[in-house]
Design a protein around this ligand. Sequence first.
Ligand SMILES: Cc1cc2nc3c(=O)[nH]c(=O)nc-3n(C[C@H](O)[C@H](O)[C@H](O)COP(=O)(O)O)c2cc1C
Length: 208
Amino acid sequence: MKPARAAVLLIIALAGYFLFEAGHSPLDAWAHEAGRPITVLVTYHSGTGHTEKMARGVVEGAKSLAGTTVVVKQVELVTAEDLFSADALVVGSPVYWSNMAGPVKTFIDNWQFKFGVWPDLKLKNKVGAAFATGGQVSSGKELTMLGILAAMLGNQMIVVSGGGAFGASATTEGDSPGIDDKELAAAKELGRRVAEVTHLVVRGRSEP
Ligand SMILES: Cc1cc2nc3c(=O)[nH]c(=O)nc-3n(C[C@H](O)[C@H](O)[C@H](O)COP(=O)(O)O)c2cc1C
């Protein structure tokens, strides 16, 4: 190759590298270089769309970290392949009578009935997190998230929070406009944190 041509190619390569770096945080670059990409499964029940909107925020937050693939599905549609190939699982529920909604509890019970996670602890060391929406203030969102997290802890998953002390949540009825910008930002924060911790776990596992 002629020296002039080599110099032009080098300049293009360096410009591309610096442009990439300018648009990403150090953590993005680290995640990008960290080896294999991670997969985050975001799954939820939503009767009237609020929890689904929060799920979209979680997806956006998780995807904001390089090297992250996201699968998003309603709880009824999750397959064994979705569950077991994911490095992280984020579960969202509306509050029904101060606790998680029936379809979400059925999904969690199906970890055993459909997917047979016990006694081999097939979800062990996957990262887990929760989000919830409820109509009223102080009417079950934290209990809903803690119920989901408790099931994850029982399966020796690595439980993380983000967007709030126990996960991301939103109040949707009364004077509320549904999911407001702050609540959506909390959902994004949760998704981003799940992706960050999952990259750390996957990288730690693959290093000698
Ligand atoms: C059967 C039922 C029970 C509910 N119970 C509660 C409750 O105990 N506390 C609360 O804050 N909201 C309660 N809600 C309101 C929902 O949690 C709220 O509207 C939620 O944002 C709905 O989410 P979705 O649009 O994803 O279905 C209840 C709704 C239904 C349908």
